[in-house]
Design a protein around this ligand. Structure first.
Ligand code: ADP
Length: 237
């Protein structure tokens, strides 16, 4: 079997550790994600989906358990190591895209490339790659537009291009279609699926939309901080 991209063993997360209001939110998550796998993460509100995504994204430290990312044990990584690992392996898409309003679409897509530790050298290469990705998401004519000049769906396309600019092996998406209408959601999903197939990028997508979950390769259901179900989808879209 190929080495998993992600391997979580007994991952725990407690917020406000050591304080009277401490709350364990993840109670021991075991999860493997294979390269190229397109997984939906579903579950009721408050079940810990965002917390799990943040732990996988090295945005939060776990309180217990073990996390291997692309073959490396990242559990004890310090801030610098986490930042580097994020830039090497991960991409992020959020519900509210978090584009920077003062920058153009092209600049927004380039940003992860300019912010990474070895950033500046490859600026021209990053610009080319960003322009290619914007064209691939159908925004060749909107590269010089600022976010507020773009529709919600277009902004999310920019965010997808930004997530892919460093060639991540795993993209973590937190309700990427959460505030979009059905038609726009479908086209965003199709883009994610296309990049999943073209680049072999694995995706873990938190969604409340059963229609989208039903089109992923696998559906993981979280309930009260534990995996309640984890099943392959036999008829993905
Ligand atoms: P979901 O994404 O499934 O809605 P979350 O991961 O956002 O669930 O939240 C799970 C639980 O963790 C909730 O009870 C929430 O109140 C709590 N929680 C989330 N973030 C924090 C935080 N930064 N500090 C304290 N508690 C938090």
């Amino acid at each position: 079997m190929t080495q998993p991209l992600v391997r979580l063993q007994g991952l725990r997360k407690t917020y406000n550790e050591g304080l009277p209001n401490a709350e364990e939110v993840l109670h021991g998550i075991d999860l493997e994600i294979a390269p190229g796998e397109f997984t939906a993460l579903i579950g009721p509100s408050g079940s810990g989906k965002s917390t799990l995504l943040n732990a996988l994204g090295l945005l939060e430290t776990a309180s217990g358990g073990r996390y291997e990312l692309a073959g490396r044990d990242v559990t004890q990584f310090d801030d610098d190591e986490r930042t580097r690992a994020r830039h090497q392996v991960l991409g992020f898409i959020f519900q509210f895209h978090h584009l920077l309003p003062a920058f153009t679409a092209l600049e927004n897509v380039m940003l992860p490339g300019l912010m990474r530790p070895s950033g500046k050298d490859g600026a021209e290469a990053i610009r080319r790659r960003a322009a290619e990705l914007l064209a691939a998401v159908g925004l060749a004519d909107a590269m010089d537009k600022k976010p507020q000049q773009l529709s919600g769906g277009m902004q999310q396309r920019v965010a997808i291009a930004r997530a892919l600019v460093l060639g991540p092996r795993l993209v973590l998406a937190d309700e990427p279609t959460g505030n979009l209408d059905t038609h726009t959601s479908d086209s965003i999903f199709e883009l994610l699926r296309r990049f999943n197939r073209e680049f072999g990028t694995a995706l873990l997508v938190v969604t409340h939309d059963p229609r989208l979950a039903a089109r992923c390769d696998r559906i993981v259901r979280l309930v009260d901080g534990l995996i309640a179900a984890d099943e392959p989808n036999l008829r993905p879209g």
